[in-house]
Design a binder for this molecule. Structure first.
Ligand SMILES: C[C@@H](NS(C)(=O)=O)c1cncc(N2C(=O)c3ccc(Cl)cc3C2(C)C)c1
Length: 432
């Protein structure tokens, strides 16, 4: 029972659960300090129901307690550690360069020296191509003019699955299957397509692995097989999560960043200057080049402040926690409202302004950049996503000026992830 009423960010009952909303950095800090060594989020019943229906193991997103921790610690080494990131970084760079080549080819076919395009589906192809290359060491060929149909089916299956997840969150799990609505059938069908695609990629690499261990680095999956610390069905469950989780989550912030840079040309120019400066320091290891572009990295933080892909970060505190001088009992579902915090004038000055410089000021920004969550259970794809987005923007901004006619705000809709209601049109002009 919460002591007192009012102020603590509205308590809401969303669907069949009620939770406490946290909107201020200092309350988020308090909440995370009481998460314990097995941090827990709200589970997604419809996802777990599918795994049980098909007798699949769960990946770390759906696991909890000791099971989650043992898988997570093994996966961290290849997926989010600096050493792991350095190994897959060149793969992401090659895909980012191929995207620029594709754009130049399209522009060269035009009579005008520019291309105005809705980049939505191209960005999904880019992020799937990049994450698949980092995960499987294989190119899907999505950045050629005629991407293969099977991968296209996978991309739309991820979108369908994410779209049908939200309404299913509010149906009590037991009821879901008996209602057997089109919603549930579409959800299951999308999951089956996702697992079939991931299984095909995994079989390919597993077959090669059995015929002879790869001599050089060939992606995260191969490293996990060589290390053999995780059983094959756990590797499959987690690689499937990463394959599907690496598409929309990274494509959306790229679209929002390009739009904001198009309508804030002075910011775009400042970043382009920083990229030129970083490159002029001569050939260096790519990770060093990325670390010498703080403004570009801040632009991504600014995008995720205004357009957080995961709208909230949830925790069940393991001990009573005081939030805004109320006692919240252990086990109460609490969620940090990233969207509301990111646009709160109490937390950010001029919150509506797209101003990456705010992250480079001496201001105390602790517990303000929570788009990837926090602590031991934060997004494991964080480094893959950040690297993929930084490389994409570095190559694109070095080759093209980005423009947009519409200066009006993009309306966003919340499916399972934050998406634009209508994708903006962007104009690419090659820089000679
Ligand atoms: C949007 C945000 N929601 S969150 C985690 O903050 O509540 C999020 C952040 N990072 C990754 C995801 N994933 C997906 O999109 C996805 C699809 C299919 C599968 Cl099998 C697994 C996933 C995960 C959970 C990895 C989602």
């Amino acid at each position: 029972m919460l002591v007192g009423v009012g102020q603590l960010g509205p308590r809401e009952t969303v669907g069949t659960y009620n939770c406490v909303n946290v909107l201020l950095p200092r309350d988020a800090a308090q909440l995370f300090q009481s998460e314990g060594i097995f941090p827990r989020r709200m589970g997604i019943e419809s996802w777990i129901a599918h795994r049980q229906l098909r007798n699949h193991k769960c990946g770390i997103f759906l696991l909890n307690g000791e099971e989650w921790r043992s898988d997570r610690l093994i996966l961290n080494k290849e997926v989010i550690s600096p050493a792991g990131t350095r190994k897959f970084l060149p793969f992401l760079n090659a895909v980012a360069q191929d995207f620029v080549t594709l754009m130049h080819q399209r522009i060269s076919k035009n009579t005008r020296r520019s291309l105005t395009i809705d980049l939505y589906s191209d960005l999904f192809r880019f992020t799937l191509e990049g994450s698949s290359y980092a995960l499987y060491g294989e190119r899907l060929g999505l950045l050629e003019e005629s991407p293969n149909a099977e991968s296209q089916r996978f991309i739309s299956a991820v979108e369908t699955m994410l779209r049908t997840t939200l309404p299913l969150l509010f149906i009590p799990p037991g009821l879901m299957r008996w209602v057997n609505t089109k919603l549930w059938r579409d959800h299951i069908e999308a999951w089956d397509t996702i697992f079939k695609h991931a299984d095909k990629c995994i079989q390919n690499i597993y077959q090669e692995f059995c015929l002879g261990q790869p001599r050089k680095y060939s992606g995260i999956m191969a490293e996990l097989l060589v290390q053999a610390e995780l059983p094959l069905d756990s590797i499959k469950a987690n690689i499937t999560e990463f394959t599907a989780g690496g598409v929309d989550t990274t494509a959306m912030p790229l679209l929002f960043t390009l739009f904001e840079l198009a309508r804030n040309p002075s910011v775009q120019t400042a970043i382009r200057r920083e990229i030129a400066e970083a490159e002029s320091q001569g050939p260096r290891e790519l990770s060093k080049v990325l670390n010498s572009m703080p403004l570009l990295k801040s632009a991504l933080k600014e995008t995720l402040r205004l357009y957080p892909v995961g709208i909230t970060v949830q925790r069940y505190p393991t001990k009573d926690v005081v939030l805004q001088n109320y006692c919240v009992p252990a086990g109460t579902l609490c969620q940090v409202g990233l969207y509301a915090m990111g646009r709160s004038p109490e937390v950010f000055s001029n919150p509506e302004r797209y101003d990456p410089m705010r992250w480079l000021s001496k201001e105390d920004n602790s517990f303000k950049a929570l788009a990837f969550g926090f602590g031991a259970r934060q997004c494991i794809g964080r480094r893959l996503a950040e690297t993929e987005m930084m490389l994409f923007l570095m190559h694109v901004l070095r080759n093209f000026r980005i423009d947009t006619v519409s200066k009006a705000d993009i309306k966003t809709v919340f499916g399972f992830i934050l998406m634009p209601e209508k994708p903006p049109l962007l104009t690419f002009r090659p820089i000679d």
